[in-house]
Design a binder for this molecule. Sequence first.
Ligand code: SAH
Ligand code: SF4
Ligand code: F3S
Length: 482
Amino acid sequence: MYKNIDFDSIALTGEAPGEEPRRQYYFIAKARRYVKEQSEKLGRPLTAAVITFGCQMNARDSEKLTGILEQAGYEMKETEEADLVIYNTCTVRDNANQRVYGRLGVLNSLKKQNPHMRIGLCGCMMQEEGALEKIKTSYRFVDLIFGTHNIFKFAELLCTMLESERMVIDIWKDTDQIVEDLPVERKYSFKSGINIMFGCNNFCSYCIVPYVRGRERSRNPGDILREIQALVADGVVEVMLLGQNVNSYGKNLEEPVSFARLLREVEKIQGLERIRFMTSHPKDLSDELIQVMKESNKICRHLHLPLQSGSNRILAAMNRRYTKEQYLALAEKIRREIPDMAITTDIIVGFPGETLEDVEETIEVVKKVQYDNAFTFIYSRRTGTPAAAMENQVPGEVIKEGFDKLLKVVQDTARERAALLQGQIQPALVEEMNGQDPSLATGRLSNNTIVHFPGTADQIGQIVDVELKECRGFYYVGRQVT
Ligand code: SAH
Ligand code: SF4
Ligand code: F3S
C-alpha cells in the first residue's frame, strides 16, 4: 500500500517507470520537490483546494486528488483562497455547469491578485466537447484540464502543469484501466465511500453519465475488500459502496461475482459496523440481494431506488427497462421482506413528451410506495443524449405545474414517514457537531434520518443509542440513552 512509501527516497534521476502505480509515485515525488522549492522561495507553505461539484463518486475522486496533493506537500484549504484550486466538475444537469462557469469568474479575479495561483479543472464536464471548447476559448486563465478516465494520472499532470506556462489539456475518450493503491485523503475519519465499479452501460435516454464516465468496469472483489480492511484499520466504521448501478456489479469480471456475494464478503470484515451502497437500478435488483439485506446486521436500512417516472410510456422512452407495475411489485416485496427499510428515490419531471397525466401517474406511485425521501429534478437537455434530439420538449410552465404538485406530495409523504419513528430508541453514528448549536451532536440513523441531541465532539465517529423524542419535519431532536 502507498502508506509505506517514502516519496523523498524515490530517485528522480532516471526515466519515470512505465507501469502503474509506480509511475505516479515517481511523479508525486517530483511534484513534492517542486512544491518544496517554491514554498522555500516564498517562505510559506503552498496551499491547495479541491472543490467538489457532483455526486458521491465525484466526491470520492476529490479525496483521491486531495490525497495526491497532500503527498506532494500542499497544505489543504477549504476555500478558493489557495495557490492551486481544482474544480471537480459535474455535468448531469445544466445548472451544475452554470455553477462552474459562475465561480470561474470569481477565480479569475483571485488569480489576478495572486501571481502564483494555478487553476485546474477535471471531472465529468471536461469530458463534454462543447464545455471543453468553451473553457479553452473563453477561460484562458485555466492552467490544467483533465477528465474522468485519466484521473489516476493526476500526479503526472500536476508536474506537467508546474513545468509549463501554457494550458495543459489531457482528455481521454474512455479507458479500461483501473489503477489501484494511489493515495486517498478522506473527508471524514470514520466513514468512507469506496468505488466498486466505474462507468455505466445503461444509457437512460436523458442521461449524460455513460458518455462522460465511459463503459462499466468493476473492480476486483479482492481489491475492494483489501481497501475496506485498510480503512477499518484506520478507524472507518461505515462504508458506502459506490457505482452507477451497483446491482450489475461483477458481471463483466473474468470470474463473475454478484453484488449480493460481494456484500456477504464485506459483511464479514471485523470492526466494520455499517454498510451503505448507491445506486440500485430497479431492473437489476435481485431476490438474492433482498435476502442478503434482510439477513445482514450491517447493511443499513436505506435503499435508494430511482423511479424517474411512474408512467410506462415515459419509462419506455427513458429506456429504463422496467414498468410501473414491475417497480411497484419490487417496492412491495422489499417492504414486505424488510419492513424497516427506508426507500428513497430520484424523479425527473419534464422529460420530452411528458404530460400532466404522466406526472399524475408518478404521483400515484409516490403515494403507493410512500418514499422516505425523493429527489425531484427538472429535466435538463443534455447534448448528445437521445432525449435531447426528441422533438416534443416540454415547455417550462407545464413542467413547473407538474413539478410543484409532485414536490408537495413527496414532502407530505416524507414528513409522514419520518414521524413514524417518534419515541423509538435507535443507534446513531455521530457525524459532526451541530453548526448552529455547538451543544448538539448530529447523528445519522441506519435509515439515513438525522437526529440532533446533546453531545460532545469526542463522540464523533461513535455509534450511540438515541431516543427520538421530537420529529421536526424531516429530522429528529433526541436524547442519548447509553
Ligand atoms: N446511476 C444513477 C443516477 C445517477 S444521476 C441511477 O441510475 O439511478 C442522478 C440522478 O440525476 C438520476 O437518478 C436522475 O434522476 C437525475 N438526472 C440524470 N440525468 C438528468 C437530466 N438530464 N435531467 C434531469 N435529471 C437528471
Ligand atoms: Fe444515467 Fe441511467 Fe446510468 Fe443512472 S443508470 S447513470 S441514470 S444512464
Ligand atoms: Fe456524478 Fe455529475 Fe459525473 S452526477 S457521475 S459528477 S455528471
